[in-house]
Design a protein around this ligand. Structure first.
Ligand SMILES: [Zn+2]
Length: 273
């Protein structure tokens, strides 16, 4: 599943080819994504893209009038920049042809994503965006913020940091790895997280995500070629998916359980409640 680092890499990959380009044609081959593709998307023909932003795992392609194309890659989606004459692959559902001779192609085998037109006036209050918590890589996501946000939460800390109302974009792998780096047990009740531990955890979340985005940077050229399918980043994992293997720090076996319906891994020596 594309996580925040893959979505950010997509943003960086497509932005140079999209910003400043006009929309000459919108081709929709399938409407039935998880949320139906906006039928009025082709009415954007003639508009010019002026920005490619990211909020959580959503991409926001803004035009000069403020109308925005909202994209989510779902479980298996990708956006590539291709020559318009390029053969449509199976599962290529939408093409936005640009005035610069390129085409933005949306591909999604499992069709769990979305491509939606949002009016400028609806952007701030859009139901998919309005309740999202802070961005993990922004300066306003601090230990102080996290500590305050968890004050009344008794769920395990891992469940709490994966809740988009606490902070967006911390998926299962990133939550497990961040907690390991911060030395925090995943089952610690969220309201028991001390201020110093909250500082450590925020630093670890930023570090893990930033490392993954840096690795994704090596795949940026893949957004502009026919088989551009940006791969998932192979970060060196300390605990995730390492059940029974030795901890890379202390050598003890990595534990596993299911927490909040998600596979959870930790080291009983390095991580404390
Ligand atoms: Zn250990």
């Amino acid at each position: 599943m594309p996580e925040l680092p893959e979505v950010e890499t997509t943003r960086r990959g497509i932005a140079p080819h999209v910003v400043g380009a006009g929309i000459s044609e919108v081709i929709i081959r399938r409407y039935d994504l998880r949320w139906p593709v906006s039928e009025n998307l082709p009415e954007l023909e003639g508009a010019v893209f002026v920005s490619v932003k990211r909020r959580s795992k959503y991409l926001l392609l803004g035009t000069e009038t403020g109308e925005t194309v909202l994209v989510h890659l779902g479980m298996s989606g990708s956006l590539r920049v291709v020559p318009p004459a390029e053969d449509w692959k199976k599962h290529d559902h939408i093409g936005i042809t640009l005035t610069n001779g390129l085409q933005l192609r949306y591909h999604d085998p499992r069709r769990f994503g979305l491509v939606m037109r949002v009016a400028a006036s609806e952007l701030q209050t859009h139901p998919l965006l309005a309740s999202l918590g802070p961005e993990p890589l922004e300066a306003d996501f601090t230990g102080k913020h996290l500590h305050a946000a968890l004050r009344n939460k008794t769920v395990p800390i891992k469940v709490a940091v994966m809740d988009a109302k606490t902070v967006v974009g911390v998926g299962n792998i990133y939550a497990s790895e961040s907690l390991f780096r911060a030395g925090i047990h995943p089952k610690l009740p969220a309201d028991k997280l001390t201020k110093p531990k909250a500082e450590k955890l925020v630093a670890a979340i930023k570090e893990v995500l930033a490392e993954s985005i840096t690795q994704g940077g090596t795949t940026l050229r893949d957004f502009l070629n026919s088989d551009g399918q940006p791969g998932y980043f192979k970060q060196r994992l300390f605990v995730y998916d390492r059940k029974g293997e030795p901890c890379r720090v202390c050598g003890e076996k990595i534990f596993h359980c299911v927490l909040g319906q998600r596979a959870t891994y930790w080291c009983g020596v390095c991580q404390k409640r």
